[in-house]
Structure formats: C-alpha cells, structure tokens
Design a protein around this ligand. Structure first.
Ligand SMILES: Cc1cc2nc3c(=O)[nH]c(=O)nc-3n(C[C@H](O)[C@H](O)[C@H](O)COP(=O)(O)OP(=O)(O)OC[C@H]3O[C@@H](n4cnc5c(N)ncnc54)[C@H](O)[C@@H]3O)c2cc1C
Length: 404
C-alpha cells in the first residue's frame, strides 16, 4: 500500500485552528513565561477548554498527547488517519507557537498518553478529563528505565509506593501522576508497573521545581514517594508479573509518545526556518528551489540543506504516526522519527541562530529561545543515543541484554 503523506483533508481545519491558536495566544505570551519561570500561564485555562472542544468535535483527538493509542490491526487494508496523525499535525503547529506552553497545556500530559495506551475501560472512564503527568525518571535511573528503584507493595486493597522521582513534566500542575514502580526488584523489567497517583495524595511529596535552559513555561518537578498509598484498581494494565512479557505494557506508551516529541521538534524547527528565511530575504538573499544549492548564496545553500533535513524528519514522523493509526507495530519507526527530528531540531535551531547574526542571539526576538527550547526534545522520551541504540537492536535482531 502506498502512503500519502499530504495533510489529510479531514485534518486541515484542525491544523488551521491549531495554527491560529499558536499565532493569537501562544506567540504573544511566549517571552513572558520564558522570563517568569514557574509562574502558571493562566491564559492556557481558556485554551484548554477550546482544545477539549477540538477533541470532541474532530472525530479524532488532536491538540495534544491525551488521545493517542495504538489502533487495532487494520484488517480491511484501507487507510486510516486517526488520533496519532491528528496529534502530530496539531502539535507541530502549537510548537511553532511555543513548545514550553504546549507542554504545560492542561489535560494533554504524557501521563494522559500512558493512560490512553495501557488503561482498561473502567480506568479510562475514571481518569477521563484529568491532567496526568508521567514519572519514570529517578536520580539513578534515566535512560535505563529498567533500573528504577521505586517500589510498590500490596497491602490489603492498596499498593504502598516508596521512592524518588525527578524531572516530572507538569508534576506540580497536573491532577494525576503516572508513577512507574517495581512490584519486585529481584524480578527486573516484568515487575515494573505504572500506577495512577492523585496529585493530592499526601504520600506524594513535591520536593522542588527545576530551573532550566529552555521550556521554562513548563514546570519540571521532583517528588518523594513516602508510604504513598494507592488503591489497587489504579495500577494500569495487568497486575500479574508475567516474566515472558517483559516490559511490554509500559513500553508501549513510548511508541505513541515518541512521534509526538518528534512533532514538537518539527514545530520549533519550522519556526526557526521561517524566521531565518524572512531575515535572509530582508538581507536580499532569496532561496531558489529550481537551482542547485551550490550555485546560490552560501546562506541560501545552508538554509536549503536545513529545510531538506526538516522535510526528512517530518516524513519520518508522519510515517510513525500513520503506522500507529493503522495498527502496524511502529517501535522502530517511532525511534527513527524521534532520533531524526530531535537531532535535526537542535541542529536547525543553532544554525539558524548563526545565520541570523545579532537577531539570532538577541532577546528581542524569539530565535534564541527556540534554540534553548529545542535541546530537551533530543533528550526526554529517550535521548538521541538511546534512540540509535533501539534502532540498532531492532535492525540487528539483538536484545537489550545483547546490545547495551
Ligand atoms: C526538562 C525535562 C523534562 C523531563 N520530563 C520527564 C517526565 O515528564 N517524566 C520522566 O519520567 N522523565 C522526564 N525527564 C527525564 C528524561 O527522560 C531523562 O533525562 C532522559 O531519559 C535521560 O536520562 P538521564 O538524564 O538520567 O541521563 P543518563 O541516562 O544518565 O544519560 C546521560 C548521557 O549518557 C547517554 N547514555 C546513557 N545510556 C547510554 C547507552 N546505553 N549507550 C549510549 N549512550 C548512553 C545518554 O544518551 C546521555 O547523553 C525529563 C528531563 C528533563 C531535562
């Protein structure tokens, strides 16, 4: 089957709406919340209600991470464009506006993706409409998420969680935190489960908020879990330890969220490219798509190279989302997309800063901010190096024990 990678017609309105929001709401407050780190962007409350409306009306959820899940295998052989494609397309537009603000959009957290991917029907209903953050990372466990030390011990009808979680995006502002913990540290990966913890739970103690290079509009929290009691129905997925399944359930989330992070990188990169093209045009340098790059102004040739990198990343991202919508296993392609878009995003942003001279570095313009914002997109949800490792394992047919 061939893949048509134009924007599907049914999502054109969604893309237009997301772009309008980016222009009218996000860009105007972008610098304000970059400077006012840790201050809640109250303008987003009104926007969140609008996004809920988009999700309800579009036939596919769209403006953030809330609705993405892997479709069932597509038996009829037809072509489906669903919530993954809708989310990728609208995230590109919103992050063209401001990625930090998108990351702190109510009810669109990465925890919402985990719930969408792994929760049963009852849980989906109970947690519907709530904002969920995701807490995997610990001081001694980042890239190697199987090394987490947070424990969950069943006590009557509740699990008791103990441990420490760091770098939780939206951890302060969300209503729920999806926490990864081990039912049995001896067993390793198969014993790792995710638990939905109410943010108001007294056992979930906010330790601090981080000060960061970029995405300063988004809060990044550290928590202590101190005898944190969670109803046993709030374990996501299967409570049994199935040694044959390994990491299965929890890792499935990443197949859905990595293309979304790739989309964030694309949004930031496109903002940089468009701004730089305007700057070059003002300086009398026009790009000519009909002439070889090496016969053009050096700045035009460089921008052409960056644009082609952007396009490659965009196609890989749309392919990964399309596969998820059509029930095709997309772990490999999700990592292709994240690796390419994450790296290209940083490269494009920094080289645009250089091409724009003082306009690239000055705080009167947003380009220097976009360059700072881009870096995290090549780090969270699996760093550049980890994506390459996953790709190598899959291509070579090696397990995580065989290729570390
Ligand atoms: C702003 C921000 C927001 C975040 N949000 C969240 C969130 O919401 N939830 C959450 O759970 N986590 C979150 N994270 C954590 C993020 O996912 C981790 O930082 C990331 O997974 C890397 O882990 P680490 O920082 O411990 O680095 P490490 O794992 O210590 O890695 C350090 C370096 O070594 C490299 N490396 C590690 N292992 C290998 C290997 N086997 N082969 C080659 N190179 C390797 C890495 O690529 C990296 O360059 C966030 C982080 C930040 C900074």
């Amino acid at each position: 089957m061939s893949i048509d990678l134009e924007v599907p017609r049914k999502f054109e309105q969604l893309v237009d709406q997301a772009h309008t929001v980016a222009v009218e709401v996000l860009r105007p407050i972008s610098r304000k919340y970059d400077l006012a780190e840790h201050e809640y962007p109250k303008e987003l409350d009104m926007l969140a209600a609008l996004i809920d409306g988009l999700d309800d009306g579009g036939g596919a959820s769209g403006a953030g991470a809330a609705g993405v899940s892997q479709a069932a295998a597509n038996g009829d052989g037809g072509n489906r464009n669903g919530s993954n494609m809708a989310s990728v397309l609208s995230i590109i537009e919103m992050c063209w506006g401001d990625v930090g603000l998108l990351l702190t959009m109510p009810r669109q957290g990465l925890g919402n993706s985990a719930i969408a991917a792994v929760a049963d029907e009852d849980q989906k209903q109970r947690f519907a409409g709530k904002w969920a953050a995701m807490a995997i990372t610990e001081p001694e466990a980042g890239s190697d998420s199987a090394a987490i030390r947070t424990t969950a011990v069943l006590d009557g009808d509740e699990y008791v969680l103990n441990g420490e979680k760091i770098y939780v995006t939206s951890g302060e502002r969300a209503e729920l935190v999806v926490v990864w913990a081990s039912l049995d540290l001896e067993v390793g990966r198969p014993a790792i489960k995710s638990f939905v913890v109410e943010r108001s739970n007294p056992g979930l103690k906010l330790d601090r908020l981080e000060h960061k290079l970029g995405i300063r509009a988004s809060d990044t929290a550290a928590f202590i879990l101190d005898d944190c009691r969670v109803p046993k129905e709030d374990l996501l997925g299967d409570p049994e330890i199935d040694v044959k399944k390994g990491f299965g359930g929890v890792m499935r989330t990443f197949d859905n969220t990595r293309p979304l992070v790739a989309a964030m990188a694309l949004g930031v990169a496109r903002a940089c490219l468009e701004y730089t093209r305007e700057q070059l045009a003002e300086a009398g340098v026009e790009l000519d798509y009909d002439r070889p790059a090496n016969t053009q102004h050096a700045a035009a040739a460089e921008l052409l190279e960056l644009e082609s990198d952007f396009e490659a990343a965009r196609l890989l991202t749309m392919e990964a989302a399309w596969m998820a919508d059509n029930g095709k296993p997309n772990s490999l392609h999700a990592s292709y997309a994240k690796a390419k878009a994450g790296r290209s995003g940083v490269d494009i942003a920094l080289r645009c800063v250089a091409l724009c001279g003082s306009a690239g570095l000055g705080e009167e313009e947003l380009l220097e901010k976009w360059a700072r914002d881009a870096k995290i997109l090549d780090i969270f949800e699996g760093t550049q190096q980890i994506q390459l490792l996953i790709i190598a394992r899959q291509l070579l047919g090696l397990s995580s024990a065989e290729l570390k």
